[in-house]
Write a protein that binds this ligand. Structure first.
Ligand code: C2O
Ligand code: CU
Length: 458
């Protein structure tokens, strides 16, 4: 058949219009300088960097299996990029400058558009100069809802952070190259916040069941989280449901970048305040409060059911999976003797002068060749051997993995594993997502000063 002039015109118009529609429909995520009351009332406000004017940035909430589309607009004084932490994402959308995209220059923009396969609690944060940009406030929550809402009364996202502010001006400490921080535990702050506020209060009714979505957005601090006036269960870690909810007794660790979803029942008496605690050696103090009101309207519900599992890959025969060792090296007290930087082998003193204090398998920078070259669909074991005197939270991009327990059996699904000093943690990785993926310590100062590597799936 031959096209009439009218048909050709209509077809042409449709072609020209559809990209335009997509253009108009993409909501913006503007990275910008802003101000916020971070320190307690009575102190000055703080100049921060944020997505959309506040830290945390806007909550992105989407149904499982849906898509997230955001145009990052960079109004910061530095290039930037957004990483969607914990999402098993298309590689091109992973937001890692130098590996999956170029950093977005000042005044420019980049379109992120991706599918979210798994329900759960995730987050997004800057992945360019992240040691500085995340510390200045560039992070926000990304929530993927289960197809059927679980039996809870309120859903509360709690993003925890650890700011280092000047005690008088409340300005962010801008010394991000501090060799002492970099070579020790990392940049610890002096003010813990929840959702960018000091000790905020949330409404809750007595007898209610709350879902608390905890995200540790701190640069370096491993939080020990406890409950007061609340009785709870951990139902998911790093977004992924546990096969059986785990009752919270005492405190549990939450390393930088890790998440924990809790179901908690409000057990506090009427009008008493319940709290989420940061537990430390000398006791606990409140991260945030729940102002409890009303009468005990409901009967206690007992332990919750597990959340429905996500469509994660099968972990096959572990014994047959090759074992790759990654040694975590360096830092204060175990200073690097030698390590490779680019093609050059250097001594520890020379490396320190270049701001490199750590190494992964003898490399103090992201190497040319990947740590692991995996065929798509293959199963691997990685042993993180911590030869240093400090905690490290090792994070893999584009995949979740199963933490192998002391019994040799695969345990919970995670995307970030805490490896205490002197210890080893083994993980099982079903490499099923093609692309180039970063593997690094999520203590962001460590990542910057030597603890960054990568793996490839083809
Ligand atoms: Cu949450 Cu490579 O990052
Ligand atoms: Cu580290």
């Amino acid at each position: 058949m031959t096209f009439t002039r009218r048909q050709v015109l209509t077809a042409g118009a449709a072609l020209a219009l559809s990209p335009l529609r997509a253009f108009a429909a993409m909501p913006e995520l503007v990275a910008t300088e802003s101000r916020q009351q971070i320190a307690p009332e009575g102190y000055p406000d703080t100049a921060i960097w944020s997505y959309g004017g506040g830290a945390p940035g806007p909550e992105i909430r989407v149904a499982q299996g849906g898509r997230v589309s955001r145009r990052l607009v960079n109004k910061l004084p530095q290039p930037t990029a957004v990483h969607w932490h914990g999402i098993r994402i298309d590689n091109a959308m992973d937001g890692v400058p130098g590996l999956t995209q170029e950093a977005v220059p000042q005044g420019d923009s980049f379109d992120y558009d991706f599918h979210v396969p798994d329900a759960g609690t995730y987050w997004y944060h800057s992945h360019n100069r992240s040691m500085e940009q995340v510390a200045r406030g560039l992070y926000g929550p990304l929530i993927v809802e289960e197809p059927q809402a679980p039996d809870i009364d309120r859903d509360i996202v709690l993003m925890l952070d650890d700011w280092r502010l000047d005690p008088e001006t409340a300005a962010i400490d801008g010394n991000f190259d501090n060799g002492h921080d970099l070579s020790h535990a990392g940049r610890f702050g002096n003010l813990l916040t929840v959702n960018g506020q000091f000790d905020p209060a949330f409404e809750a009714g007595q007898g209610e069941r709350l879902r608390l979505r905890l995200v540790n957005a701190a640069n370096a601090r491993v939080l020990e989280v406890g409950l007061d006036g609340l009785e709870g269960w951990i139902v998911a870690l790093d977004g992924m449901p546990l096969e059986a909810p785990l009752p919270v007794s005492g405190a549990f660790p939450l390393a930088p970048a890790q998440r924990a979803d809790l179901f908690v029942d409000v057990t506090a008496e009427n009008s008493a305040a319940a709290s989420l605690l940061s537990v430390e050696r000398d006791g606990g103090y409140g991260l945030c409060r729940f102002d409890v009101s009303g009468q005990a309207a409901r009967v206690r519900r007992g332990a919750p059911e597990a959340l429905p599992p996500n469509p994660l890959p099968e972990i096959g025969d572990l014994a047959a999976a090759p074992l790759h060792e990654m040694r975590l090296q360096g830092g204060a007290m175990r200073w690097l003797d030698r390590a490779l930087l680019g093609e050059t082998e250097m001594g520890g003193r020379e490396l320190a002068q270049l701001g490199k204090f750590w190494a992964l398998n003898g490399r103090a920078d992201r190497p040319e060749a990947p740590f692991l070259d995996a065929a798509r669909g293959s199963l691997h074991r990685i042993a993180f051997v911590n030869d240093t005197g400090f905690d490290h939270g090792m994070h893999l991009h584009g995949h979740h993995f199963r933490l192998i327990g002391a019994n040799g059996e695969p345990g919970p699904w995670r995307d970030t594993v805490l490896v205490p000093p002197g210890e080893t943690r083994q993980i099982a990785l079903a490499a099923d997502n093609p692309g180039k993926w970063l593997l690094h310590c999520h203590m962001l100062g460590h990542a910057m000063s030597g603890m960054t590597s990568w793996f490839r799936v083809t």
